[in-house]
Design a protein around this ligand. Structure first.
Ligand code: GSH
Length: 221
């Protein structure tokens, strides 16, 4: 029995959904919010979402969780390449996305939402980091037709569910969609959008995001 704990507004949650759908694995969704409660920390030590539960075993941290899933359900579509060098490329792309794009922009968003102030040197740091990450990605992505080569992989799950949101965040918090500099991404996204399962994830995340923003605006009145 596979159960996914979290909420579909989360790009990490949707990344796991995308992998489960590619693999054709049935799963239950369990609504959970990030939490510092002892019970939740016992299954997800950072208190973040998502958490994946497989037969009563709880797994935290999205990419390592997905590699585990790929190994234990080895009879389903593989999302890590057989070739070690190609596996390295998948992990490299995922790290650029998670560590050098998602995390800095997320920190900037959280800081500005909490303190309602702009700190220019902080913004500049995040801008430089994002520009560097996009430049790095431009040197390693393939889009042939998948991001890491000719087979779909965990790097596609990361890119498809993360980059469109962080393009929006960059525009909103840095005043510039820095991710537009990722050459070939729009065509690649259109290509993946042709899969109705993927598009449904994207559309639902967009809907959740708009609902949350509206709720925040109403609460702020
Ligand atoms: N490194 C974590 C990141 C997960 C993450 O950042 N989740 C966000 C939602 S998209 C969250 O729970 N944020 C709440 C918090 O940081 O307290 C993973 O790979 O799963």
């Amino acid at each position: 029995m596979i159960r996914l704990h979290g909420f579909p507004i989360s790009n990490y949650y949707n990344r796991i959904q995308m992998a489960l759908r590619i693999k054709g694995l049935a799963y239950e969704e369990v609504r959970a919010a990030p939490s510092r409660d002892a019970d939740y920390l016992a299954i997800n030590p950072l208190g973040v979402i998502p958490t994946l539960e497989i037969d009563g075993v709880f797994l935290a941290e999205t990419h390592p969780t997905l590699e585990y899933l790929d190994e234990v359900y080895g009879e389903t579509t593989r999302l890590m390449p057989q070739n070690a060098l190609e596996r390295h490329r998948v992990r490299q792309i995922v790290n650029y996305i998670d560590i050098h794009i998602d995390k800095p922009l997320r920190l900037l968003r959280d800081f500005q939402s909490k303190y309602l102030v702009d700190i220019e040197p902080f913004k500049e740091l995040v801008r430089l980091e994002t520009v560097r990450a996009i430049d790095g990605l431009n040197r390693i992505v393939k889009f042939s037709p998948y991001i890491a080569g000719n087979e779909i992989s965990l790097a596609d799950c990361a890119a498809y569910t993360t980059l469109p949101w962080f393009a929006e965040l960059a525009l909103r918090y840095l005043g510039d969609n820095l991710l537009a500099a990722l050459k070939g991404f729009d065509e690649y996204k259109n290509f993946l959008d042709q899969n109705p399962d993927f598009l449904a994830l994207h559309t639902n995340a967009l809907k959740q995001m708009r609902v949350m923003e509206r709720a925040k605006r109403l609460a702020a009145r």
